[in-house]
Design a binder for this molecule. Sequence first.
Ligand code: SAM
Length: 276
Amino acid sequence: MTDALPPLREVIRRHALSARKSLGQNFLLDLNLTGRIARAAGPLREVTVVEIGPGPGGLTRALLAEGAKRVIAVERDARAIAALSELAAHFPGRLTVVAGDALEFDAPSALAGAPARIVANLPYNIATALLVSWLTVEPWPPWYDRLVLMFQREVAERIVAAPGSKAYGRLSVLAGWRTEAKILFDIAPSAFVPPPKVTSSLLQLLPRAAPLPCDRAALERVTAAAFGQRRKMLRASLKSLGLDPLALIEKAGLDATARAEDIAVEGFVALARQIA
Ligand code: SAM
């Protein structure tokens, strides 16, 4: 079905889609690789895929070829919209292109209750902001059943990090609280046009059906305080909360001499419950 489509390099040339750094554009033109990513996100027959930043549409066509019921693709670059319209004509009724900023996209309204999954080679300049917005949606469980996302490897490692590692931080706690996150595979810079400076990783996040009950804003306050001074013991770093840190730590059942990076998600949840 994708055989009849023009090569991506031709699409890029015809639509003058030279990559712009300001839009975080690093395109994937290797259809074996986009196919591998789409399969890693599967099975797709029953789901609507929300794709952020389709660009020239390499991953988009792979998702459609792998059988996605529907793809809603949100793209900010007007030059890409025309290219994507050609793709939409090739897959009648299955590709909806939304021209606009993914940070402002109201997915639940567009989906109207359809089962959905987010799959994207994210623009790295807004990747973390988008992830945080998806991890903090209310109500929970969220409107998507899975996130399959490309990040810079260093960011992916922070997201999946376990306590005790240098990469463990606020993002790991938020992701670990609400999802089970794992790196599926790495992708070399040379796979992208133009190649970014760093290796990328494809990450899968599966929403937990029942995360430990906790107020999200309180959780973010305690992790901001604890990791804001990550080398200090909790009894010192939590002072910035403006409450008696020792009482707080004792009620949460934690060790006042521990440091932020030693505290598991459950510990931060226990702290958050004390201040909520
Ligand atoms: N999916 C394509 C691929 O894999 O070849 C392109 C990926 S490229 C890393 C990121 C894409 O996100 C670009 O097409 C860029 O124009 C788009 N983008 C950047 N900022 C955006 C935003 N705020 N909202 C929607 N799309 C955005």
